[in-house]
Ligand binder design. Structure first.
Ligand code: ZNH
Length: 145
């Protein structure tokens, strides 16, 4: 269900992604912009303000882990459901993360990418990424229903 243009846009943007820096910024934005998401990360230490969140090494490490997992979905774009099946189970059964939160993270990632790409974030590129992230969110939410 992907056009050649969509696949090309997703792969081209992914080549520019820095899983560490962009993962850190994405997760930090989620925690700062949507502060109720902090409840899942009580083991991460100080998340008391934006400065603390941005300086927190666990936030940095976890952002990298999340974007690395997303890289797996980019590489297996024709089989995202299977690729993320285990992670869906972990988030549903073990972590009890409300699947609405996946969409918040997707929104923050789009903002991080758009800022980074600037004018290269064309409408078709934006559309391909929204579609890709919607498929990722659906795959991660699969185990919940
Ligand atoms: Zn998550 C974990 C991915 C989203 C919360 N995650 C995790 C991991 C991974 C991930 C890979 C690891 C696992 C294991 O170890 O087994 N995520 C992911 C992705 C996404 C996500 C890909 C999207 C896209 N998460 C999310 C959200 C949230 C979360 C949104 C909330 C808000 N996670 C989480 C938690 C955890 C995880 C809490 C655990 C952490 C620790 O370390 O403890």
């Amino acid at each position: 269900h992907w056009t050649a243009e969509e696949k090309a846009a997703i792969a081209a943007v992914w080549k520019e992604v820095d899983v560490e820096a962009d993962g850190h910024e994405t997760l930090a934005r989620v925690l700062i912009v949507f502060p109720w998401t902090q409840r899942y990360f009580s083991s991460f230490g100080d998340l008391s303000c934006a400065t603390a969140i941005l300086a927190n090494p666990k936030v940095k490490a976890h952002g990298k882990r999340v974007l690395s997992a997303l890289g797996g979905a980019v590489k297996n774009i024709d089989d995202i459901k299977h690729t993320l099946a285990h992670l869906s189970e972990v988030h549903a059964e073990k972590l009890h993360v409300d699947p609405q939160n996946f969409k918040l993270l997707a929104n923050c990632l789009v903002i991080v990418l758009a800022r980074k790409l600037g004018a290269r974030c064309t409408v078709p590129c934006h559309a391909a990424w929204e579609k890709f992230l919607a498929v990722v969110c659906a795959a991660l939410s699969k185990h919940y229903h």
